[in-house]
Design a protein around this ligand. Sequence first.
Ligand SMILES: Nc1ncnc2c1ncn2[C@@H]1O[C@H](COP(=O)(O)OP(=O)(O)OP(=O)(O)O)[C@@H](O)[C@H]1O
Ligand SMILES: [Mg+2]
Length: 237
Amino acid sequence: MSVIVVSGTGTEIGKTVVTAAVASVFRARGRSVAVVKPAQTGLAAGEPGDVAEVARLAGAVTGVELARFPEPLAPATAARRAGMAAVRPHEVAEAVEKLAAEHDLVLVEGAGGLLVRFDEDGASLADVAGLLGAPVLVVAPAGLGTLNAVALTAEALRARELEQLGVVVGSWPGRPDLAARCNLADLPEAAGAPLLGAVPEGAGALAPAEFRARAGSWLAPRLGGEWDAEAFAAAVR
Ligand SMILES: Nc1ncnc2c1ncn2[C@@H]1O[C@H](COP(=O)(O)OP(=O)(O)OP(=O)(O)O)[C@@H](O)[C@H]1O
Ligand SMILES: [Mg+2]
């Protein structure tokens, strides 16, 4: 059993698509996968959320959403405004541990970036990772501005003595600009952790069968794929 906490530098940067890619690769190896979204915001009851998107792209995964708040806000704020109970890290950790006993891999996708608040006490996904003793995968954008956000996230992880698995670029552009190309070398420096993949822009729009067939080529061996950082950087130079 193993658990990976999927966080990132912010919202809308590809955490769900990366989660689906990792799930696809493990599924293709015959491993059982569960995906947990502790707090889904910005959706009404019945609308497909991130868990549904991962299942659509990756196929048979156990999907669990622990809380849903209708407004597209940080979970703590959205819960307060909706008059609903906030998500508590120990509840998330308990749910994940239960799933981890029954699956080969559990992926936990945060809402927004690492320190976004789950509750009024300031708890965040970082507390969940701490309770679980699970490594954190950081999803980041490709281009200008990502180095600072990745460095800040890495510093926050180190301050909490959390393990950073590495960085995955959530959406690698078809025509990478100078900043994106240079970031392939600079991101591991900023993170103090390896670059573990790059999911191409548009991957989320692929037919699920193609997404699953290609996912391994976007992720490094540490994430079950065959992506090679050096070869990738050489090819786009
Ligand atoms: N590689 C990609 N290919 C295609 N679409 C992508 C890719 N990365 C991101 N997107 C699109 O960008 C949007 C945001 O991506 P995604 O849902 O993965 O973000 P997120 O980081 O999970 O955000 P949140 O904090 O809301 O969970 C989605 O509409 C998604 O389809
Ligand atoms: Mg998401």
